[in-house]
Ligand binder design. Structure first.
Ligand SMILES: Cc1cc2nc3c(=O)[nH]c(=O)nc-3n(C[C@H](O)[C@H](O)[C@H](O)COP(=O)(O)OP(=O)(O)OC[C@H]3O[C@@H](n4cnc5c(N)ncnc54)[C@H](O)[C@@H]3O)c2cc1C
Ligand code: SF4
Length: 511
């Protein structure tokens, strides 16, 4: 008997293992396993999203004629073994998982079944535009990989935003410079599209709350996040509505304030599409095509249209391709030898005393989401300059974010955010002092720290930690030509001032 196991982030009728079969023949399995949720302590909304989307998808497959077994189990190994024995499954089909560790767990679980183990049949993943082999073929000749070259190749290869004569639409590949405006006073983004939980989602929310209560009753730590404020889409139909809403209300304004951060405006013009793309509810190429078509029809500003397409066709595909290209060792990268423990306020999602940090953590608590610049220039920047242990910080990101998965976290957190890979992904560390946050956000006005001060009890922690970071790693940073300017500024700091900064930073790093 043939069976297909659909993993929790493969919720598409077009996914490779389903696409290779007919509804009438194999049984389809979806496993909702509690033990990993318990062990990992993920954000409650992430659990609600994945479990509710799985239940909805199982119901949709059944309507389409598939024989579906949706099982709630304690751990996936026992659940899988029981299903295989119950239905005499001799051939188990799966689409390749996006995450390396999970593939290894599946192989181990099947091997452990001994004589009753089914034959494993893997189907190459079609969840990304670039297959792992195609990415490797592209990457192979380069000594130093750069996103911009990859993105241009993607534009040509998939014929996106091209003028018909092999040239980029508008005569330019990249409009980034137009997309970095600081927020003017009173900047307000359009309302996002949220959904009231239906009966299935309400049931999952209750389950997650029970799980959280049990954990706490057993003396365990709090499960982060607030499940009751869950408003994410959980079906393909809803995810398509979010895409449509983005096109109608946000696409034209996407460009200019991409890097802005505003108190009380957690989403601005961002697309809010990553949870759905990462679960398989939306396919990257369909999103890109719809954006391009709508943008051309509506004559959307090219800078914004190109900007959002670059995120999906460029960054998303690039980070996934690199995850597989760099190999399993990448996980252990620690270029700066950072080993600082994570401050308690990260786990509590609040209470740092820094207005920027507490705003972002508060938004994360209530939705599991923060936008790119909040992730990069507040959270990851702090981790970089404070010298937090990169592996613990990456694991924290993966647990806390609604769209967090191993494949996207490794490159974004270790590579882009923490420069732990020594520059295999980014050409320089994204380290910044409080002045960047002050320029690009509204946070500093309400902060108890003074963004102009570099040392002392009232100094903005980002300032002290930034200069201390440059001083601690000056030897390696001096070798990077893109750091030349700031290293010159460091040299100009009077010794006394630098000493005061470093004392302040040392105090902060102990917190
Ligand atoms: C430290 C750090 C951690 C991150 N963690 C995650 C994560 O767990 N999951 C995740 O999907 N993305 C992650 N990103 C990338 C990016 O921040 C999010 O994809 C984006 O913020 C999601 O929100 P949005 O859908 O509103 O995106 P928008 O800003 O509107 O962008 C549109 C889409 O582009 C894609 N995209 C943009 N940038 C990236 C990128 N660097 N890598 C991959 N895809 C990208 C996403 O699919 C996103 O939905 C992280 C970035 C950093 C710097
Ligand atoms: S002063 Fe410093 S800590 Fe406070 S909000 Fe601004 S950047 Fe953040």
């Amino acid at each position: 008997m043939k069976g297909i196991w659909v993993l929790g982030d493969q919720l598409s009728a077009a996914q490779a293992a389903l696409a290779a079969a007919e509804p009438a023949s194999p049984r389809v399995l979806l496993l909702e396993s509690t033990s990993s949720a318990r062990a990992r302590r993920c954000h409650r909304q992430k659990l609600v999203l994945v479990w509710s989307a799985m239940r909805h998808f199982a119901a949709e497959l059944a309507v389409a004629g598939w024989t579906v077994d949706h099982r709630q189990v304690e751990n996936f190994r026992a659940g899988l073994a029981a299903w295989i024995a119950e239905h005499g499954i001799t051939e188990l089909h799966l689409m390749e998982p996006a995450e390396r560790p999970f593939r290894a767990s599946i192989v181990a679980a099947v091997e452990a079944m001994g004589a009753g183990a089914p034959r494993l049949v893997w189907h190459a993943s079609n969840a990304f535009l670039w297959s792992r082999n195609d990415f490797a073929a592209w990457a192979h000749p380069y000594k130093q990989l750069r996103m911009e070259l990859f993105y241009r190749e993607g534009r040509r290869r998939f014929g996106v935003l091209m003028d018909g004569e092999g040239q980029p639409l508008g005569g330019q590949w990249n409009f980034d410079q137009a997309n970095r405006k600081a927020p003017p006073r009173g900047l307000k983004g359009p309302e996002p599209l949220w959904f009231e939980p239906d009966a299935i989602t309400a049931d999952v929310i209750a389950k997650v709350e029970r799980l959280a209560d049990d954990l706490e009753a057993g003396g365990g730590p709090r499960l982060p996040g607030d499940a009751r404020s869950f408003r994410w889409a959980v079906t393909r139909e809803q995810a398509l509505a979010v895409l449509k809403h983005f096109i109608a209300t946000r696409l034209d304004g996407f460009g200019p304030y991409q890097d802005a951060m505003v108190s009380g405006e957690p989403t601005l013009w961002h697309a809010l599409l990553s949870p759905y793309l990462n679960l398989g509810l939306l396919q990257p190429l369909e999103v890109i095509r719809r954006l391009e078509q709508a943008g051309r029809e509506r004559r959307s500003p090219l800078a914004g249209l190109e900007g959002v397409i670059r995120q999906i066709l460029g960054w998303r595909e690039y980070t996934h391709g690199l995850y597989w290209w760099f190999g399993a060792d990448y996980t252990a990268s620690n270029h700066f030898g950072a080993n600082g423990p994570l401050p308690d306020w990260l786990e509590r999602l609040g209470g740092s005393g820094m207005a920027c940090m507490d705003t972002v953590l508060g938004e994360l608590e209530s939705s599991g989401y923060a936008h790119h610049i909040q992730r990069l220039m507040v959270l990851a920047n702090y981790g970089l300059i404070a010298g937090l242990d990169p592996q613990s910080f990456t694991a924290w990101f993966q647990r806390m974010f609604i769209d967090g998965y191993d494949w996207v976290m490794q490159t974004n957190v270790l590579g882009m955010g923490l420069f732990a890979d020594g520059g295999r992904l980014a050409s320089k560390p994204y380290a910044a002092s409080g002045s960047y946050i002050n320029r690009m956000s509204t946070y500093c006005k309400g902060c108890r720290y003074d963004v102009k001060q570099r040392s002392g009890p009232d100094a903005c922690p980002f300032n002290a930690l930034y200069w201390d970071f440059l001083a601690r790693h000056q030897e390696s940073l001096r070798r990077n030509p893109r750091m030349a300017l700031v290293m010159k500024q460091l040299e100009k700091l009077p010794d006394e001032e630098l000493a005061a900064i470093r004392t302040t930073a040392a105090g902060l790093r102990k917190l």
